[in-house]
Ligand binder design. Structure first.
Ligand code: BES
Ligand code: ZN
Ligand code: MN
Length: 506
């Protein structure tokens, strides 16, 4: 897909279709009024019929009269006050999804209403719109099936149309650069989604490692895949405990951008750690059958950090960065860990595994310790860690823990830039005693009250440097399709990780 910034009015766009983003109740004044007149008055007519209510992600396809654009697609962005980067991205994703099954080669997107509503300039608008178009083009049906007739159209050309005076005065190059950035981040989230959606009989820990190896080769990253023998020699007792029940052995995937020993422009080495449970049956503490099939998505954190390091390295070649993905299958086999088993973590703590279904924190804890051992100065982990986060916050905001406060401030700022929603949860130290073990240092799952906080406290025991944890259990995949996204993995937190990593660029 070619992306071009076109300085001009929307009615001048030469394309198969022109996307007209609207905010709030569209008022026919200024450019929108002129666009309506020049396209034959169809938009006003539709508005009079109550079709143009500009509800978020509502769409109306309209004829375009004699305009050089073949048709118009009006896409709502909801109220102007609530409009933010995330809405801009979703509005764009909705537009391309609305065109599924149609043949559209050249799409023009009128950027100015988005830029005006965001109030952050045309470059930010271009970043979000292009990312939305790329992400909106993702269709999970294309992973296994050849018949893609119902998929969103693969565009040859995307025209970003703006009459912005600054753009005319030479900012077009900045808009084009921002658009390219949006494309690369969108592609990154699609890499993560494609991997995460794949089935557990297809993606074992070894296959995940193979996929990471192939990506590392393509994008010039170093990779080290630690097998079960090396993990044992290193002392990764928690990580190995989770993988024991499966015939498919665990793999600790370690990817590096930049030379060994290097620090970024902030003097840091950030490690992004992602939970890679290729299937979570619960192990001996087995899960109920209802929706257990979703647990093939329990590797989403791993897929996200793998895609994030690739994306950050594409945007800032050679940037010092680590991605660590502990990959396992949590199964109830003969050799599986039993409830009550005591294992020694890589950092020396003895953990009493009272619930084999609280496995994510076990593999993440060892991965975090390992990240510090190989030089990480800052940690961020992403994981489909708890059912509780979904009960607390639902599927549109990710729950986060972080310490110390200045690191949280940076993570929150990165999420804002990325157009993603995070909500910080408290690390209430008083609850630690409810995770005490009578034979070990701590259990991996305490009493049910405050279990979400306890998941954070457990992970906190395995860090000594600034750390943030994003629980994407409820936000990283949708259980049904939305106008802006299909069912399945949605790429949540990838852009936040990339933004956070890029603070250390240049
Ligand atoms: N992978 C699950 C969390 C999960 C649940 C992700 C639903 C996506 C949707 C995790 O390993 C798990 O089983 N967590 C337990 C923790 C409990 C045993 C302390 C949970 O949330 O019930
Ligand atoms: Zn899990
Ligand atoms: Mn589990």
């Amino acid at each position: 897909m070619q992306i071009r910034v076109v300085i001009g009015q929307p009615w001048e766009a030469v394309a198969d279709l022109l996307v007209v983003p609207v905010l709030g109740e569209p008022t026919f004044t200024g450019t929108l009024d002129e666009l309506d007149r020049r396209s034959g008055g169809e938009l006003r007519a539709l508005a009079a019929l109550g079709e143009l209510r500009a509800k978020a992600y509502a769409t109306v396809l309209a004829a375009s009269g004699d305009l050089p654009a073949g048709r118009l697609l009006v896409v709502g962005g909801g109220s102007a006050e609530g409009f933010d980067r995330e809405t801009a991205r979703r509005q764009a994703a909705t537009s391309i999804r609305r065109l599924a099954g149609r043949s559209v080669h050249t799409l023009a997107y009128w950027l100015d209403p988005v830029a005006d509503a965001l109030g952050e300039g045309a470059a930010v608008a271009a970043d979000m719109v292009v990312r939305g178009i790329v992400e909106g083009g993702f269709d999970p049906k294309t992973i296994y099936l050849d018949n893609t007739d119902a998929a969103p159209p693969a565009l040859d050309e995307l025209l970003l149309v703006t009459a912005d005076a600054a753009a005319a005065a030479g900012a077009a190059a900045a808009i084009a650069a921002a658009a390219e950035r949006g494309r690369i981040i969108g592609e990154g989230s699609n890499i993560a989604r494609r991997l995460a959606n794949r089935a557990a009989n297809d993606v074992s820990p070894q296959v995940l490692a193979d996929e990471a190896t192939a990506l590392a080769a393509t994008y010039g990253l170093a990779i080290d895949v630690i097998d079960e023998k090396r993990a044992a020699a290193l002392g990764m007792g928690m990580f190995l405990a989770v993988g024991r029940g499966s015939d498919n052995p665990p793999r600790m995937i370690v990817m590096r951008s930049g030379p060994e020993g290097a620090r970024d422009s902030q003097g840091r080495l950030l490690a992004m750690v992602g939970k890679g449970v290729c299937f979570d049956s619960g192990g001996i503490s087995i899960k109920p059958a209802d929706r257990m099939e979703e647990m093939k998505l329990d590797k989403t954190g791993a897929c996200t950090v793998i895609a994030a390091i690739v994306t950050a390295a594409r945007l800032a070649p050679g940037i010092p960065l680590l991605a660590i993905a502990p990959a396992v299958e949590n199964m109830p086999g003969d050799h599986a860990t039993r409830p009550g088993d005591i294992v020694k973590a890589l950092n020396g703590l003895h953990v009493d595994i009272t619930n084999t279904d609280a496995e994510g924190r076990l593999i993440l804890g060892d991965a975090m310790t390992y990240a510090e051992q190989i030089g990480a100065t800052h940690l961020v982990d992403v994981a489909t860690l708890t059912g509780a986060v979904g009960r607390a916050l639902g599927h549109m905001v990710t729950g986060a823990f972080a310490t110390p406060d200045p690191w949280w401030t940076e993570v929150a700022a990165a999420a804002d830039r990325a157009g993603e929603r995070l909500w910080r949860l408290p690390l209430v130290q008083d609850y630690r005693s409810e995770m005490d073990s009578w034979t070990g240092d701590m259990t991996n799952s305490g009493t049910v009250e405050g279990s979400l906080v306890k998941s954070g406290l457990f992970l906190e025991s395995f860090r000594t440097v600034p750390w943030a944890h994003l629980d994407i259990a409820a936000t990283s995949y949708y259980r049904k399709a939305f106008p802006f996204a299909p069912r399945g993995a949605n790429g949540a937190s990838l852009a936040t990780l990339v933004e956070l990593a890029l603070t250390g660029a240049g």
